[in-house]
Ligand binder design. Structure first.
Ligand code: NDP
Length: 284
């Protein structure tokens, strides 16, 4: 069997086009959606992510403001900047690129962001709302996973879903969204026994472990939908996911590639959240 290659580029372009249309509507009302992005330090991967977000903002019609702080910035200085952006009515979304340098407490920084501007959906208030299935921001990567599945024409309801990974920002919210879509969900982690056996039962298998080529063909049920969230470097330094893509394509029904899959969706969903933020702050 040769699996369908899920097209993250096409689906993320579609979502960005929808966000662009919404941005134009807001602009006609005199509202210019604006995202403030804060980067602390020189992490090369973070720089790439921030740049991708900036480019997406330009494409969609969202104003982006960048704040680059040196790695040795005091946490207080970052908190002061967040407070200033919270108070700025021209800024609708605030994103602090993670990870932060080790001397900073990420939880404190996330807590400092006004939940109305928390477009990453990391603030406990928004995590709680998302958990309850209430309107507001969507966690970007998890929501991107759901869009990849549903816009590719695969239903979740009644399906057996397995998620590898249980982090607060990725694995857990993916499992929660699959559950909200009426999937029957199992969450696996580093202490899970018989991982391959559990994965083999999945109609929908999502890997968010961050382990190069951990998901091999013998872990995949014939015809399954496999979504690869992992962003890793292989032994040659090449970007790759958690899934042994070529081999898994021989078994699965559909597979999302890395690059070209979930990563693009994360940025697209961020654009969607920026529009939601601008609307919420303007009583819409
Ligand atoms: P974490 O390191 O926080 O979590 C990894 C999870 O995978 C943990 O729950 C861990 O289990 C589990 N795990 C690790 N190894 C194994 C194993 N051998 N078997 C079973 N479970 C395992 O990472 P994140 O959740 O933040 O990110 C996961 C991956 O997704 C990374 O590659 C990251 O780069 C990528 N990512 C991609 C994004 C995108 O836009 N595409 C966005 C965000 C992240 P335990 O809890 O027991 O330690």
């Amino acid at each position: 069997m040769k699996a369908h290659r899920i097209d993250g580029k096409a689906i993320s372009d579609q979502i960005k086009a929808e966000a662009a249309w919404e941005a134009q509507k807001l602009q006609r009302q005199g509202i210019v959606p604006c995202l403030a992005v804060i980067l602390v330090g020189e992490d090369p991967a973070s720089k790439v992510y921030v740049n991708n977000k900036k480019k997406a903002c330009e494409a969609v019609g969202i104003l982006s403001r960048s704040y680059v702080l040196p790695a040795d910035t005091e946490e207080k200085e970052l908190l002061d900047l967040v407070a200033q952006l919270n108070a700025d009515e021209g800024v609708h979304g605030i994103l602090v690129q993670l990870p932060l340098p080790p001397h900073m407490d990420e939880n404190q920084v996330i807590l400092a962001i006004d939940p109305k501007k928390d477009v990453d959906c990391f603030h406990p208030w928004n995590v709680g709302l998302a958990q309850m299935g209430q309107q507001g921001f969507v966690p970007c990567t998890p929501a991107g996973v759901m869009e990849l599945i549903t816009r590719s024409g695969y239903a979740v309801e009644g399906k057996r879903c397995v998620v590898i990974g249980r982090s607060h920002n990725v694995g857990k919210p993916i499992a929660m969204l699959l559950l909200q879509a009426n999937g029957t969900v199992t969450i696996c982690h580093s202490k899970t026994r018989d991982l391959a056996e559990i994965c083999c039962q999945a109609d929908i298998l999502v890997s968010a472990a961050g382990r190069v080529h951990m998901v091999t063909a013998d872990m995949v049920k014939p015809g399954a939908v496999v979504i690869d969230v992992g962003i890793n470097r292989d032994e040659n330094g090449k970007l790759c996911g958690d899934v042994d893509f070529d081999a898994v394509c021989e078994v699965a029904g559909a597979v999302s590639p890395v690059p070209g899959g979930v990563g693009l969706m994360t940025v697209a969903m961020l654009m969607k959240n920026c529009i939601t933020a601008a609307k919420l702050q303007n009583g819409q």
